[in-house]
Design a protein around this ligand. Structure first.
Ligand code: GLV
Ligand code: MN
Ligand code: MN
Ligand code: MN
Length: 394
């Protein structure tokens, strides 16, 4: 089943994936998920927020055990971030059936829509809508880089956007959610290729608008320029320096320039900051400091700086008893925090939630070079099967 998914949305040029919410590659991934469900005789369901579910047992039953992840990617993402969790979920269900495990609770596999936020700028849209932390009105305001509104993109893909919104009844029927994910760091070892998550660092996305003045690159004296690129570049440097000082992370990975001509001084530079820290006070102070540095530099450069928070996820401490239960069931595996966001982090506010991590030896992720060893992936499936068996047979 992994082999069928592998070519979907893969760019021949970069070798990375371009599976963005509601695009054609996303549709192929969704068709793949539905087929996996039907091949296994599972009850297939598409919810009001575009999340897909495959049920073993009664979807209306109480105390369901849910596993899964996402199939979308960042621009030129790797093969594992997201899909490893979904594929491992189907493989773990196969394993439980092979073991002849008699489940006493409904078991479901979920593919959450638009986890990466690559198209509309907000991550985990499917789980955020479900949990009610992204309101329908806010979702309706979201647009992609071409100006396409989220509801229009949904509609074109055959999903009714008028139905989106909090799905509390669904969450109330879930007894536990366990997401398996590639680790995206270098903390797991060959000896311990599977770990349990303790927490997710608070993180968010902020947009900086640097407004300068467009002018001729060949005729405008240096001292007459109001060049927003200069302010942007200095803000990138300041962000890195300030983040390093407090042991946090600050990344400008996306930028848009107007008018974007080689021989024109830019009129506007938009830079998106992704920042994360171990605690919320550090993160808030860091972003404030970066904002101050940008404004000060803007004053020197004659550039007006605007700062808008586009999304924010508070710190997530995963359910203690569930985390300890998983760690005990798996025989004392490493328990570690992560700086990466996940649907599990969103669900944790409403449902007892835990995560399993599978080693990726280089720690490279959000890149075509992302890799996990087959043996480690199999260890992940075995661990997930053990955990699901433990949770769904009580
Ligand atoms: C999602 O993968 C994120 O942490 O940005
Ligand atoms: Mn990711
Ligand atoms: Mn992911
Ligand atoms: Mn993610």
């Amino acid at each position: 089943m992994w082999a069928e998914l592998l070519p979907v949305g893969r760019s021949a040029a970069s070798g990375g994936y371009r599976r963005f919410a509601w695009n054609s590659a996303d549709a192929e991934c969704r068709a793949w998920f539905e087929q996996q469900a039907r091949d296994r005789g599972l009850h297939y369901e598409l919810d009001r927020n575009g999340n897909q579910w495959a049920w073993l047992g009664d979807p209306a039953g109480e105390g369901a055990v849910v596993t899964g992840s996402h199939l979308d990617s960042v621009p030129d993402g790797g093969a594992f971030d997201g899909p490893l969790g979904v594929v491992s979920s189907f493989a773990a269900l196969d394993e439980l059936r092979a073991r002849g495990t008699g489940l006493t609770r409904p078991l479901a596999i979920v593919n959450f829509g638009d986890e990466e936020g690559a198209r509309f700028g907000v991550a985990c849209i499917g789980s955020r809508l479900t949990a009610g932390v992204l309101a329908k009105e806010q979702a309706y305001e979201l647009r992609d880089a071409d100006g396409v509104r989220l509801p229009d993109a949904m509609e074109r893909a055959g999903q009714d956007p008028t139905a989106i919104g909090a799905d509390g009844d669904r969450l109330a029927r879930i007894g536990a959610f366990v997401e398996l994910h590639v680790e995206q760091g270098r903390y797991l070892t060959e000896e311990h290729p599977v770990g349990v998550a303790s927490a997710i660092w608070p993180h968010g996305r902020w947009r900086f608008d640097f407004h300068g003045e467009a002018n001729h690159a060949g005729t405008t004296r240096i001292e007459d320029r109001r060049d927003p690129m200069l302010t942007y570049a200095n803000t990138v440097l300041a962000a890195r320096k300030k983040a390093k000082l407090v042991g946090a992370l600050a990344t400008f990975g996306k930028v848009a320039v107007e008018p974007n001509g080689t021989n024109a001084i830019a009129s506007l530079v938009r830079g998106w900051l992704d920042s994360r820290a171990a605690d919320e006070a550090t993160l808030t102070a860091l972003v404030e400091e970066i904002g101050r540095a940008a404004a000060e530099r803007g004053e020197r450069d004659g550039v007006k700086v605007g700062l808008t928070r586009e999304s924010y996820t508070p710190v997530v401490d995963f359910d203690g008893p569930l985390r300890d239960r998983l760690a005990a069931r798996l025989g004392g595996v490493p328990v570690l925090p992560t700086g990466a966001g996940h649907d599990a982090g969103i669900l944790a506010s409403a449902v007892p939630t835990a995560m399993l991590f599978v080693r990726n030896p280089s720690g490279v992720s959000h890149s075509p070079a992302e890799h996990a060893e087959p043996a480690d992936c199999l260890a992940g499936v075995a661990a997930l099967a053990d955990v699901l068996e433990d949770l769904a047979c009580q």
